[in-house]
Design a protein around this ligand. Structure first.
Ligand code: ZN
Length: 466
């Protein structure tokens, strides 16, 4: 019966998965920002910050000729990869690629900018932001700017719970989170972000489903070419820098009454918004042509900001209301290792690898071989040495990358892994990493699983279900 339950669960999962796959290509998942912002605006404190920022923004824009500086504004960020050892544990290459695409967009260097229709070429704008992965963490340690945290919360991620396990000071870093999937209320979203000061106790954030952090091609682990996905990070960063959708934040796109709403940007025409398609002749309000190609749209041909949007983002970057001003100050660039001097002079020389591993089988019988899969990170393109210590196992030590050992005696054992790049080392101790059962335990456990013959399914989250 155990097997039957297993197959049924697999069948259910498979059906759900294929359904999600087929739907995904037909409907572009939205940005979930309007949902999180709707919630944030119920908080008077957050609303006050946005009101202050709005006053600042109007003042800033009325004097924009004095404010349009050359830039670039260098802005540090960290990518927290919350993963359960699966595809959501995205590669450094994917992170680099997503950020380079986003930086192109914020500097007017994206190659598809040439596709903007004539009616809008005169209003193209960009704020000249350059986002850089931090090379120093909050303790001043050397980092590649990617913080990998293994957690079952990578699946059905809830914002505040996920942030509670990985969070750097949001006055110093933009906190970007990568997860496998979002909780129910955000499940139709590809990504979401908060506007300045709206994040809550753990600060402001941008969340991405791993497969919408740029247009990475997971089939052959290489850069992809998807017009919509490549600009998803840009769209979310637009929200993070205080932009609304052209049809305004708290409504979904393509609803008739959106025309009456205004995004606070002068050169974005009123529109009801677009979902998925790309009709460059679309005029949904008052006969004026929609800016379907705007990065803040949901069309599948987004490729531009307007000058008005760029000015608005510059205003946000220059305001203390919402904290964006702190990010690009020279002393913060030095603290986060993103100033030119640090960033261009081998900033990774002293990085120590951060050990992590996954246990092949956390629960086994006496004599079972247990394999360990290495997930050490914070290094790239360099040799790492490993020292494992296995309490109660044979062998009890190993220098392999992915060792296999045997346990004879029943009990619960800890595993220690030290990873070094030259003399830069870190050690991880996982208590109770492996449990070896006696034959009596196994019989008992089998008895328990027989009880699942009723319609109730075992807890899928439990790590010891089989
Ligand atoms: Zn959005």
């Amino acid at each position: 019966m155990k097997r039957h339950i297993f197959f049924l669960v697999v069948m259910l999962l498979f059906t759900a998965f294929s359904f999600a796959q087929s739907v995904q290509d037909e409907i572009i998942p939205r940005s979930g920002t309007r949902i999180v912002m709707e919630e944030a605006l119920k908080d008077p404190e957050k609303k006050q910050i946005l009101d202050q920022l709005e006053i600042f923004t109007q003042e800033f824009i009325s004097n924009i000729d004095n404010h349009r500086m050359g830039g670039p504004y260098i802005i540090p960020l960290v990518v927290h990869v919350i993963h359960d050892y699966e595809d959501e544990n995205i590669s450094y290459e994917q992170v680099d690629y997503a950020l380079s695409r986003m930086n192109e967009d914020f500097q007017g260097l994206n190659d598809d900018l040439s596709e903007v229709v004539d009616s809008f070429t005169s209003v193209i704008g960009f704020p000249n932001f350059e986002f850089r992965l931090a090379t120093k963490d909050p303790d001043g340690n050397c980092t590649y700017g990617v913080n990998r945290v293994a957690s079952p919360w990578a699946v059905n991620s809830e914002t505040q719970r996920t942030m509670s396990i990985a969070n750097w000071d949001d006055k110093k870093y933009i906190n970007i989170y990568i997860v496998r999937s979002f909780e129910e209320s955000m499940s139709s979203a590809a990504a979401y972000a908060v506007k300045p000061g709206s994040g809550g106790d753990n600060g402001d954030y941008i969340f991405f489903r791993y497969d919408y952090f740029g247009d990475w091609n997971f089939n052959n682990d290489s850069p992809g070419n998807n017009q919509y996905r490549r600009h998803v990070p840009t769209h979310e960063m637009g929200h993070f820098m205080n932009l609304d959708h052209p049809w305004v934040g708290n409504n979904d796109a393509a609803q008739e009454d959106n025309c009456a709403l205004d995004d606070g940007v002068e050169d974005t025409p009123e529109t009801i918004g677009t979902i998925g398609e790309c009709n460059l002749e679309q005029a949904t309000c008052d006969g004026s042509l929609d800016n379907v190609q705007n990065f803040m749209e949901y069309s599948n041909c987004i490729c531009m900001f307007t000058q008005g949007q760029a000015d608005r983002m510059l205003a946000a970057a220059n305001s203390l209301a919402g904290n964006r001003w702190y990010l690009w100050q020279e002393e913060n660039l030095i603290a986060t290792g993103t100033d030119d001097e640090s960033f261009t002079n081998d900033p990774y020389a002293d990085c120590a690898p951060i050990p992590d591993f996954k246990v092949g089988t956390e629960l086994g019988c006496s004599g079972t071989s247990i394999s360990f899969e290495n997930f050490t990170y914070n290094y790239r393109d360099t040799e790492i040495t490993y020292s494992w210590s296995f309490d109660g196992a044979t062998p009890s030590e190993s220098n392999s990358e992915n060792p296999v050992v045997q346990y004879q005696e029943p009990g619960t054992y800890s595993v220690i892994l030290t990873a070094c790049k030259d003399d830069n080392c870190n050690t991880l101790v996982k208590e109770n990493a492996v449990t070896i059962l006696s034959q009596m335990d196994v019989t008992l456990a089998e008895g328990l699983s027989q009880g699942f013959e009723s319609a109730t399914f075992p807890d899928m989250v439990s790590e010891v279900w089989w």
